[in-house]
Design a protein around this ligand. Structure first.
Ligand SMILES: Cc1cc2nc3c(=O)[nH]c(=O)nc-3n(C[C@H](O)[C@H](O)[C@H](O)COP(=O)(O)OP(=O)(O)OC[C@H]3O[C@@H](n4cnc5c(N)ncnc54)[C@H](O)[C@@H]3O)c2cc1C
Length: 539
């Protein structure tokens, strides 16, 4: 018989948010915390080496390797949706780009009725999380668990791109996470001395020494247990054995934008008609669960490079691979320190916009699909995505069994604005690549190819070859309207003792990569759960 488990707080999912929560909640020795994770420990070596991103990208030992339903917006294709299934969750397999979003994103959350989530309210939590290695100013923190450092070294393609953007009139920006996001510059990264800083590394590992924190891996949560309308624990399966853990105070779902709505629906909280169709007894009819899914859909221009300076070239040569390995081991430099995309431009497709609506980034490698390996020739990629898409999709159950992945319907490029923006982005990207600063590197445009010129052709290219940049959010959206799932304190509407804390609660997807904002949400949630006064908003 497995031991009876009980804790004050039961946190489900040890991802970007769950590790932060478990670490912060267990700071109080009087509070017992159990953290359940479906995946295993983060022992895989490739998790910790930045370029190892390519190795974990489609490895089912650490990754859920989801696929969407065939999506009309993506020419009827299923889109590969990696998600971390390991301690650290997606922060253990992500691209390590550190971007917070625009101040206006959070002010919009506040304007939508979510008290406590304005830019000024959330800044102290971004700062509390951060251990920034370069910048000392009012936007950054130095004492947090999450290492944020600059890319290890510049690259000729990145320098060329920066010069092309500056020539086109874009400002140089050495801190996308400071006063403003506009402009071109190098990303900051969640790495420390050439190694990935996931939330498992930054937050959870140090906290695991505490006797009041119990981390249970390979524990697949199947549903929340209720007494009446109060959540009192969860049922999970570990190595085929059904187990339960009781929560004296609260259950917190941090299963991510796919996992959390799936667990809610399996537990009887969701659109009543859909639950009835799936044979799940309804605890509370909450139509917004799994609805309002947002994601960043990207389109790429892939280039053949004139010089053997790309990651593709390193991977083609045994001699260079050995040299790269030694360079990394000895100096923490070279191709193994490369993150997904090192340089970015935040820009407007229309001058009348108040803030940037597209992000461009340069990846110093190219592939048809990353999961199939890199091209065997020198190549690099210019990627563009719309920062605030209007299209909304949904997550729905496919069966009442927890082991079956739910249906993911992103509904990409469903609105005229979204279609126009991705096409305008591709056009802008091409004009930047036409600069002599980039032309000296380019022998040919591999995709979409020079024959694709008009808007219809570019849209077709986006539909046929585009993909996610892995930022699904808003499937348990915060708010007070009838479709909202959690309130501004992240409590699930209509029941007691249950919160959701992860990327799924974002009222709208932020204008950029989603890891930093998810960690901020968990930092703030830990104060809400401990009933502590919010950190003072920035002056
Ligand atoms: C390949 C990839 C690249 C990315 N690149 C970047 C980037 O460069 N920069 C950036 O800012 N963002 C990036 N992101 C996005 C970012 O990492 C995510 O937005 C963020 O990690 C989401 O955090 P979360 O806590 O919501 O979910 P996750 O971190 O995904 O955590 C959810 C956890 O819950 C667990 N779980 C789910 N269901 C269950 C269940 N039933 N029982 C038990 N456990 C369960 C999962 O295994 C997982 O560990 C990337 C994501 C991916 C996948």
């Amino acid at each position: 018989m497995a031991e009876a488990l009980e804790a004050d707080f039961v946190v489900v999912g040890a991802g970007s948010a769950g590790c932060v929560l478990a670490a912060r909640l267990s700071e109080d020795p009087a509070v017992k915390v159990v953290l359940l994770e479906a995946g295993g420990e983060d022992r895989n070596l490739w998790i910790h080496v930045p370029l190892g991103f390519g190795k974990t990208f489609a490895d089912p030992r650490v990754n859920w390797c989801y696929e969407t339903e065939p999506d009309p917006g993506a020419a009827g294709r299923r889109i590969f949706w990696p998600r971390g299934k390991v301690l650290g969750g997606s922060s253990s397999i992500n691209g390590m780009v550190y971007i917070r979003g625009q101040h206006e994103d959070f002010d919009l959350w506040r304007q939508m009725g979510n008290a406590g989530w304005s830019a000024a309210d959330v800044l102290p939590y971004f700062r509390r999380a951060e251990h920034q290695t370069r910048i000392r100013d009012e936007y950054h923190g130095q004492d947090g668990p999450l290492a944020v450092s600059d890319v290890a070294e510049g690259h000729p393609l990145c320098e060329g791109f920066i010069a092309a953007c500056v020539e086109a009139g874009h400002p140089r920006n050495d801190d996308f996470n400071g006063a403003r996001q506009d402009g071109v510059g190098y990303h900051q990264t969640t790495t420390r001395r050439g190694r990935r800083c996931s939330t498992a590394v930054g937050y959870l590992r140090p906290a695991m020494k505490r006797p009041n924190l119990q981390v249970i891996t390979r524990a697949h949560t199947e549903r929340v247990l209720f007494e009446g309308r109060r959540a009192v624990g969860v049922a999970f399966r570990q190595d085929g054995v059904a187990r339960q853990v009781r929560a004296r105070r609260e259950v917190v779902l941090s299963g991510g934008a796919i996992g959390s709505p799936q667990i809610l629906m399996l537990s009887g909280i969701g659109p009543a008609a859909h639950l009835a169709e799936m044979g799940v007894p309804v605890v509370h009819d909450l139509p917004g669960v799994g609805s309002d899914l947002q994601d960043h859909y990207s389109a790429a221009i892939k280039l053949k490079c004139a010089l053997p300076i790309t990651v593709n070239d390193v991977m083609q040569s045994s001699v260079r691979k050995v040299r790269t390995g030694l360079e990394y081991l000895l100096f923490r430099k070279g191709a193994l320190t490369v993150i997904t995309a090192e340089v970015a431009l935040f820009a407007r497709t229309r001058p009348e916009l108040a803030t940037p609506d597209v992000k461009f980034s340069i990846a110093t490698f190219s592939a048809d699909r990353p999961q199939d390996g890199l091209h065997p020739w020198s190549g690099f990629t210019l990627l563009v995505y719309q920062l605030r898409p209007e299209s909304r999709g949904e997550i729905r159950l496919k069966s009442p069994r927890a082991e079956d992945a739910p249906a993911m319907r992103p509904n990409y490029l469903a609105t005229e604005t979204d279609r126009r923006t991705i096409v305008a982005g591709l056009q802008m990207g091409r004009s930047l690549l036409a600069s002599p600063h980039m032309q000296r590197f380019i022998t040919a445009e591999y995709l979409p190819g020079p024959e694709v010129r008009d808007e219809a052709g570019l849209l077709e290219h986006a539909r046929r070859t585009g993909g996610t940049v892995f930022h699904p959010t808003s499937t348990c959206r915060m708010g007070s309207d009838p479709r909202a799932v959690v309130d501004a304190e992240l409590r699930v509407h209509g029941v007691e003792g249950l919160r959701v804390v992860d990327a799924s609660v974002m009222p709208t997807v932020i204008s950029g990569n989603t890891n930093a904002a998810t960690i901020m949400i968990a930092e703030k949630a830990s104060d809400l759960l401990r009933a502590r006064a919010p950190l003072a908003a920035a002056a």
